[in-house]
Write a protein that binds this ligand. Structure first.
Ligand SMILES: C[S@@+](CC[C@H](N)C(=O)[O-])C[C@H]1O[C@@H](n2cnc3c(N)ncnc32)[C@H](O)[C@@H]1O
Length: 233
């Protein structure tokens, strides 16, 4: 994949939605713990499914909500999930949830070190921790290798420093809050038993196509200043 076409993505979504819904149907809703929404994971599915990656790398597992959806949606891919915090209630919940899925590897450590080691050509990547510019730096490091087919990074709300940085410097980037994807949120109503006004807090994915739009050194320099600017804003 060289570019992300929003139009092509929306066009194939209707065909892919029943597959996605069937894949996640037997996951019991776990309302109130946060994590990536089902509609956001559907966006990941609609982009990544046609790429048929052999491996999917995830950074930031927490209770394993997104990891379990990856496991169910991509049974033929190896899922490598990296989480910083071990020996926590969340870590134990994720381990229990993912135990039946032999194609999922649960690693502990800092993904900024571990992910580069495990990255293979064609991998799809989902980063949901670290956050903000630390996540952006990790995405740049991974994309600079030329290996990922796509990198999703969670939590790019409109107006945030890191979102402004991506908007200014990444011509091909897409965002999960694009009005073209708004209809996908209907999936959440079926998955989360709470009333609609309690279902807030969309993190917003940034979706980066392969490669870098500028040399890495220039992006890192711009990120350095953007982060300082954002801290003082
Ligand atoms: C929002 S939670 C992830 C939620 C999960 N993706 C889901 O949908 O349920 C963020 C997680 O990222 C982890 N994290 C933060 N920095 C990290 C790093 N450098 N490497 C690996 N995990 C990290 C945190 O410990 C936390 O558990």
């Amino acid at each position: 994949m060289t570019a992300l076409s929003k139009e092509a993505l929306v066009a194939r979504a209707d065909e892919l939605l029943p597959q996605f819904e069937a894949a996640v149907a037997d996951i019991p809703p776990e309302a109130g713990f946060g994590g990536v929404w089902e509609s956001e994971m559907f966006l990941f599915y609609a982009v990544v499914r046609p790429l048929a990656p052999k491996q999917i790398l995830e950074s930031g597992r927490a209770r394993g909500k997104s990891t379990l959806m990856l496991a169910k949606c991509f049974p033929d891919a190896r899922i490598v999930s990296v989480e910083l915090d071990r020996d926590t209630e969340n870590a134990r919940a994720a381990e229990a949830k993912l135990k039946p899925h032999a194609h999922v590897d649960l690693l502990y450590g800092d993904s900024r070190a571990l992910m580069l080691q495990g990255l293979q050509h064609g991998d799809a990547v989902l980063i949901d921790g670290p956050k903000d510019f630390r996540a952006m730096k990790l995405a740049v490091d991974l994309l600079a290798t030329g290996k990922p087919s796509v990198v999703f990074v969670h939590d790019f709300p409109k107006g945030s420093g890191v979102r402004c940085f991506a908007e200014k410097n990444w011509p091909g980037v897409l965002f999960g809050d694009d009005p073209a994807f708004a209809k996908f949120r209907a999936i959440d109503a079926a998955r989360d038993p709470r009333p609609a006004d309690a279902r807030k807090g969309y993190g917003v994915f940034a979706i980066f196509p392969p490669g870098l739009p500028q040399p890495k050194w220039r992006l890192r320099l711009k990120m350095f200043f953007a982060e300082i600017f954002s801290a003082f804003r």
